[in-house]
Design a protein around this ligand. Structure first.
Ligand SMILES: *[C@@H]1O[C@H](CO)[C@@H](O)[C@H](O)[C@H]1NC(C)=O
Ligand SMILES: *[C@@H]1O[C@H](CO)[C@@H](O)[C@H](O)[C@H]1NC(C)=O
Length: 478
């Protein structure tokens, strides 16, 4: 028999059932993003993508050493770096772009990383890439652009620690140039050099030396890397190298303050008719909007004075963000919809750029910060569900990611795990999934990679935008 309750007990019961109802149904107006926690998790995602010999202080307990035999054509040590996504290929083009984007975020929002207690973690994340890229840069005009073969890789579903397919390495050199890859690699080294200047001057200088050499290589030996490295075109195509040359020159200017690089950037801008390339995107294959913002920043606000070029960049950057906010196609719930694959990554990259634009003088700062917040909040769950693994309400449980789909060792892992409808046994904390379709429809299925793909570059602009929002939140700009 049920005992009679006292008045107090009754009140408590009522109170707790209200509480339970509130917890169990999702209230949109209760949504409170935790950018710092999302930032912390995003760094865990990068850590789970590490290849090579892992340090003793590793934080992902289901990951161990892997691909310890990765070698160049002449036996050079190419261990380390990051796996691309679910696959275990190491693509230098997008890995470098990822690192550049992270360094950009650190440079602008160092305060945010420190406030979130993630400053040393993010420096480690960049260094894991730059240490690898130093190995890839075997001589001034020689750079490894890929380790692993996509076809062989895609025939395997399992743990990176257990893969045993051959992993060929591919490089660009003076006879087989790739100005896009060398240019992005140069930008990656320059941006990291900027970040490490106050941390370790020796390392910063070493990074800068690689940046200068790769810049000269990109500039003097012109070509598209996808014409040299088979397979790259299908997965990470590069349709021109004018943007990377300009991007590399601007980042070198930022790392050195040497005006000759700024002059170079202006020349490329003319030579490649970059101003005519108006685009609604900013990602590894279309960097124009990013370099316009980077250019404006190079002037530290003094661009208002005379340079006509600066006026043009100013207008382009403003137009890019105004288009994103006011004209870009949106899903019914307000996410800007740019591309079917990487929907959320595209929105995040634009959000990050517009946060940077918001910080420039004479721009509509409020409008752009509000826009960035709206897009990132959508991702974190403001409109009903989170799209970041391990974060918030109803987050993705089945990311397209083989390592985290594996049960604990010694249980086997193979295609059965791919086809399983159960959640990934390992939580791939911090991974941003590809995202919903044009109607906000999303399916948390491992087999649907257009919804649930995860990659290094997806998280990069997202993480930098989180840092930007933490910065703005604490400087109370909105
Ligand atoms: C590679 O691993 C698979 C299992 O993942 C195994 O069946 C095969 O024998 C291994 N091959 C070699 C050459 O070790
Ligand atoms: C600074 O970087 C250099 C070059 O990579 C390295 O040898 C040295 O140990 C680093 N110093 C510190 C204090 O980490």
């Amino acid at each position: 028999m049920r005992p009679r309750m006292s008045k107090i007990q009754t009140l408590l019961t009522v109170f707790f059932s209200i509480l339970t109802i509130n917890v169990s149904c999702f209230h949109l107006h209760d949504f409170k993003p935790n950018y710092k926690e999302a930032l912390r998790l995003s760094l865990l995602f990068y850590e789970s993508q590490r290849s090579g010999k892992l340090p003793t202080n590793k934080r992902i307990e289901w990951r161990g050493d892997s691909a310890l035999e990765d070698k160049g054509i002449n036996g050079e040590d190419l261990t380390g770096g990051y796996y691309d996504g679910s696959d275990f290929v190491k693509f230098s083009f997008t890995m470098a772009f990822t690192s550049t984007m992270l360094s950009w975020g650190i440079k602008e929002y160092e305060d945010a990383y420190k406030e979130a207690g993630q400053y040393f973690e993010v420096l480690d994340a960049v260094k894991w890439a730059t240490d690898y890229f130093i190995k890839c840069h075997v001589s001034p005009n020689e750079f490894y652009g890929q380790v692993g073969d996509f076809v062989a890789d895609h025939a395997f579903w399992g743990r990176p620690e257990e893969m045993n397919m051959t992993r060929p390495a591919y490089k660009i050199d003076a006879e087989h140039p790739g100005s896009d890859l060398a240019g992005e690699a140069s930008a990656m080294f320059s941006s990291a050099s900027v970040v490490f200047k106050s941390v370790n001057e020796t390392y910063s200088k070493e990074l800068l030396r690689h940046a200068v050499e790769l810049y000269e290589f990109a500039k003097n030996y012109r070509g598209l890397y996808q014409d040299v490295i088979p397979g790259a075109k299908q997965y990470y195509e590069s349709s021109s190298y004018g943007d990377e040359l300009t991007w590399a020159a601007l980042w070198l200017y930022r790392a050195t303050d040497n005006p000759k690089y700024l002059d170079d950037a202006e020349k490329y801008y003319e030579e490649f008719k970059i101003s005519e390339e108006g685009s609604n995107k900013f990602y590894y294959n279309e960097k124009v909007a990013g370099l316009q913002v980077q250019y404006l920043q190079s002037y530290n606000g003094s661009f208002l004075a005379d340079s006509t070029g600066a006026t043009e960049y100013f207008e382009s950057a403003q137009k890019f963000c105004d288009n994103a906010v006011d004209k870009q196609l949106r899903t019914p719930k307000g996410l800007i919809y740019i591309n079917k694959l990487g929907t959320l990554s595209h929105a995040s990259n634009v959000a990050f750029l517009c946060l940077r634009v918001a910080d420039l003088p004479r721009m509509d700062s409020k409008k752009y910060v509000h826009f960035a917040k709206e897009q990132i909040d959508y991702i974190l769950g403001a409109k009903g569900r989170s799209f970041v693994v391990g974060y918030g309400y109803n987050y993705p449980k089945r990311p397209y990611h083989s390592a985290s789909s594996c049960p604990a060792i010694p249980q086997p892992c193979n295609w059965e795990q791919f086809h399983s409808t159960l959640p990934n046994p390992q939580v791939l904390h911090g991974a941003l999934v590809s995202g919903p379709d044009q109607k906000d429809f999303y399916e948390d299925s491992r087999e649907e990679f257009t919804f649930n793909e995860v990659t290094l570059d997806f998280n990069a602009g997202f993480q930098s935008a989180l840092a930007g929002l933490i910065h703005h939140e604490s400087s109370e700009k909105y």
